[in-house]
Design a protein around this ligand. Structure first.
Ligand SMILES: [Zn+2]
Length: 135
């Protein structure tokens, strides 16, 4: 089985390729955060043992996006499309989008899926977002 690139951030939903994102749910303030950290709740400062992992379907509202033509991040092979998306109410993350920017528009719903990428000669499953309905 192919390993996930970042298993601390997401997991396969069943057999995939759909992904669940791994949020933290804080027992003290009852709020979600992403990614889950080992330092506890970033919202209220509660200790790590107060935070439970909460997998949620990788579904987001795309706020904005841009095509990168230069290699700005390790593992991102240009050209690639990056965006900002609201992955849960009030939680905005930078995401990587599958394919080219023609497929996207602001405000649309995108879903997370596993996509095989090469990392140092090995194939791993990275998290890429794609338009809903095309997974
Ligand atoms: Zn909290």
């Amino acid at each position: 089985m192919t390993a996930l690139e970042k298993p601390d951030l997401y997991e396969l939903d069943g057999d995939g390729p759909a992904l669940n994102l791994l949020f933290g749910r804080c027992a003290a303030c009852d709020r979600l955060h992403f990614p889950r950290t080992r330092y506890g709740c970033p919202r209220c400062g509660a200790r790590p043992e107060q935070v439970q992992s909460e997998p949620r379907p990788g579904r987001a509202t795309l706020l904005t996006f841009i095509t990168l033509h230069a290699k700005l991040a390790p593992g991102a092979v240009p050209p690639c499309v990056v965006g900002e998306a609201e992955i849960a109410p009030g939680t905005i993350e930078e995401i990587m989008l599958s394919g080219t920017e023609e497929a996207y528009r602001d405000g649309m719903t995108v879903v997370a899926r596993a996509e095989a990428v090469e990392r140092g000669g090995e194939t791993v499953l990275a998290c890429r977002f794609a338009p809903e309905g095309k997974v």
